[in-house]
Write a protein of this length. Structure first.
Length: 132
């Protein structure tokens, strides 16, 4: 499976699908150059890069890092998809208690059938206001 990425373009406040990532710089905390659909190039810290988990919600919508998910018919159980750097894995971070998370490898198909993608932390931050 080829990894898929999207990028939140900070200046224009819009999400872009990434065509390719050009180079990776290891000095001065520089970011790689990202080329998006429509040949838009994003440089340095103009964007937040998010990778696809390779999974889909109950409606078949692809799940990316930074997405906000909820369990079917639950107003309280809201999760954000994150990359857990210390454990090197995708997790669903519970938003009522951010110390709690579920590792993606433990998620069954039955659980995925109950997950609904609501939005993401960049385009829909208001979805997290009620749970904090």
């Amino acid at each position: 499976m080829k990894p898929k990425f999207r990028a939140w373009y900070k200046e224009n406040k819009e999400m872009k699908l990434v065509n390719e990532i050009i180079g990776l710089y290891a000095f001065d905390n520089d970011y790689p150059i990202v080329r998006c659909l429509g040949d838009v190039e994003l440089l340095n810290n103009e964007y937040e890069l998010m990778q696809s988990t390779g999974l889909h919600d109950k409606y078949g919508v692809e799940i990316f890092e930074g997405d906000i998910l909820k369990i079917k018919d639950s107003r309280l159980a809201v999760y954000v998809v994150e990359w857990h750097r210390n454990k090197f894995m995708w997790v669903l971070r519970y938003q009522k208690d951010k110390n709690q998370y579920f590792p993606f490898y433990a998620i069954t198909n039955t659980f995925l059938e109950d997950l609904e993608l609501l939005g993401n932390v960049y385009e829909n931050p208001e979805l997290l206001e009620d749970v904090e």
